[in-house]
Ligand binder design. Structure first.
Ligand SMILES: [Fe+2]
Length: 134
């Protein structure tokens, strides 16, 4: 999709506001996901971009509702927020379903064998590890 990255970065920045850490995290995951994707076959680029940038949007809902977030609550709240964001830019409905499945499964043992899910998990793991060290 044309300008998908730019559109999603704009939406994500509006959503997270001044929470620069979350935005930076998403951008780093996108960078690694795009690199890893090139080494794999069977990835849809738009799905990889959407998952990488939006995978943690459930954090904000979880923190507002419960005062904390964890892998389970991220998986619970993320897909609904991502659906709304992607719907607003006419992302194809069938791909929205896949992105929702991936975001709803990115912190637990894989229930799907989407190549894009494996890419997201690997990219997120790399960035989380780097962030722990910094
Ligand atoms: Fe993440």
């Amino acid at each position: 999709m044309r300008y998908l990255r730019a559109q999603l970065v704009r939406i994500l920045t509006q959503y997270f506001g001044d929470d620069d850490r979350r935005i930076e995290h998403a951008l780093k995951v996108l960078g690694h996901a795009e690199r890893i994707m090139l080494e794999r076959s069977g990835c849809d680029e738009d799905i990889v971009i959407a998952c990488a940038l939006l995978h943690d949007v459930g954090i904000k809902v979880s923190e507002a509702k419960h005062g904390y977030n964890n892998g389970k609550t991220q998986e619970e709240y993320g897909p609904g927020v991502a659906e709304e964001m992607l719907g607003s830019i006419d992302f194809p409905a069938e791909k929205i379903e896949i992105v929702k499945n991936i975001i709803g499964n990115h912190h637990s043992p894989s229930r799907y064998d989407y190549a894009e899910l494996a890419v997201l998990k690997e990219a997120d793991r790399i960035v989380n590890r780097l962030e722990l060290m910094s």
